[in-house]
Design a protein around this ligand. Structure first.
Ligand SMILES: Nc1ncnc2c1ncn2[C@@H]1O[C@H](COP(=O)(O)OP(=O)(O)O)[C@@H](O)[C@H]1O
Ligand SMILES: [Mg+2]
Length: 254
């Protein structure tokens, strides 16, 4: 079986820090792949290099047979590859619905105030986007918050809106990468988000989920890889990977 997505030998340095040091892995259609690793292992940098926010120094990114290495975020999104951010990118003064409509139309997948101002001046609601926003809000149980401002949302609701913002891209996303979707939220919301992930997976979406906490992911993902110092040190069944001496060493060793 051909992988839906793969990265080969990704490298990224910041000064003397090797954030990625030859990282390679594959994602198959329908996977919920967990990427775990201690703080500073290179998890977020991996996502940013894939989504086009950062340029890799070396290596290849192949999505649906196409080389997408180094493409800008907008081009990556257009191919059906989307992501969420560890620090949610939600505009506090805009409503939930406006946040989503903006996410659907922004040209760059970045938090850009100038672009936001331009968008607001030429604000024209696209009916198709509005319908997609409503559907997603219903699916995520956020519909009764649609007119609430970003700043009025709870932390967990922000995580949900962040997910909705990533999913509203057009055409329909094939692969979504979540950066620490469970960080700082309560167990009930964690369970809810996990259920939504399973629901979207059943409908055909493939997931890459980055998480510091290994135990949170064990029941959700079908495969897990461990990053340490910018390299993959384990790959396989989540239960096996958790007990791998290299994993234990990366988390607890020197
Ligand atoms: N923009 C940046 N500039 C300089 N160093 C960075 C930058 N982003 C990440 N790093 C460094 O790269 C390493 C990996 O970071 P990151 O991928 O954010 O780790 P994590 O696995 O916790 O998500 C860390 O040492 C971090 O300090
Ligand atoms: Mg991170």
């Amino acid at each position: 079986m051909n992988p839906l997505f793969k990265v080969e030998g990704l490298k990224k340095k910041f000064g003397a820090v090797k954030a990625l040091d030859g990282c390679s892995f594959e994602v198959f259609e329908g996977d919920i792949l967990g990427i775990v690793g201690p703080n500073g292992a290179g998890k977020t940098v991996t996502l940013s290099v894939i989504s086009g926010e950062l340029q890799p120094d070396d290596g290849k990114i192949i999505f649906r047979g196409q080389d997408i290495t180094g493409l800008p975020p907008y081009e990556v999104v257009k191919r059906g590859l989307t992501r969420t951010f560890q620090l949610t990118r939600i505009y506090p003064e805009m409503t939930v619905l406006e946040n989503m409509l903006f996410a659907a139309q922004r040209k760059e997948f970045s938090y850009n105030v100038l672009q936001l101002l331009k968008w607001r001046m030429s604000y024209q609601v696209d009916i198709a986007n509005k319908e997609r926003a409503f559907n997603l809000l219903k699916t995520l149980d956020l519909i009764n918050m649609k007119d609430a401002k970003g700043k009025e949302l709870s932390y967990g609701q922000r995580k949900l809106l962040e997910l909705a913002n990533a999913l509203i891209i057009y055409p329909e996303p094939k692969l979504i990468m979540l950066d620490e979707p469970f960080a700082g939220i309560n167990p009930l919301m964690t369970q809810k988000i996990a259920e939504y992930v399973r629901g979207f997976q059943v409908k055909g979406l493939t997931f890459v989920i980055v998480e510091h906490n290994v135990r949170l992911l064990t029941n959700l993902c079908n495969r897990m890889i461990v990053l340490s110092q910018g390299r993959k040190i384990a790959d396989g069944d989540p239960k096996d990977v958790q007990q791998d001496p290299l994993t234990i060493d990366a988390y607890f060793g020197e």
